[in-house]
Design a protein around this ligand. Structure first.
Ligand SMILES: [Zn+2]
Length: 184
């Protein structure tokens, strides 16, 4: 069973810009370490990226303008800049699966287990986890490599994903240990 690292919305607008998540900066080193680990194990690294159509996407009415296609705000932050061989999937909704080719990509890569990192735990991470669960993927959410607007919202979402989607909630060091063992 192959495993992929998903990095959700670690974009300029969510880390530094118009929809800044205060704790997003703190998780960058944890995600970077996982990216390096997945690269060294030659496992896929997939960036999910909000890429909204200005004046059209429904979500912009709720949250205000953010991550507009083609702008600085919709680019992955410099510290986690994608490398050759990484995959980028643009999305216009919370879920990385909705109206994107993520499912096709994962099937072609023979991936059945997903490691979710990024922001926001109770929004894009949770909706992506739900859609992954519906499609039969095994979901791991990394508790210290995801962040929400408050610690309470973060914890609530982790518990919800564990209870409702059967997600495994692991620390980044748990994931490192898991990858150093032979995969079942
Ligand atoms: Zn958005």
């Amino acid at each position: 069973m192959d495993v992929a690292l998903l990095i959700i919305d670690m974009l300029n607008d969510f880390v530094y810009g118009s929809l800044k998540v205060p704790a997003a900066k703190e998780i960058v080193p944890k995600i970077k370490k996982l990216v390096d680990l997945f690269h060294s194990c030659k496992k896929p690294v997939i960036y999910l990226r909000d890429s909204h159509v200005k004046g059209v996407d429904l979500e912009l009415k709720l949250w205000g303008e953010h991550a507009i296609e083609g702008t600085w705000g919709s680019e992955v932050i410099e510290e986690l800049k994608p490398q050759a061989g990484d995959f980028l999937v643009a999305k216009r909704r919370y879920s990385g699966f909705f109206a994107t080719d993520l499912d096709l990509l994962l099937r072609e890569l023979k991936v059945e287990r997903l490691v979710l990192t990024g922001v926001v735990t109770d929004i894009c991470v949770m909706h992506t986890a739900a859609d992954a669960f519906f499609r039969g993927y095994e979901v791991i959410v990394v508790s210290d490599a995801t962040a929400s607007l408050t610690p309470e919202r973060h914890e609530r979402a982790l518990n919800y994903m564990r209870e409702v989607y059967g997600a495994k909630i692991l620390s980044s060091s748990d994931v490192e240990a898991m990858l150093s063992r032979p995969q079942p």
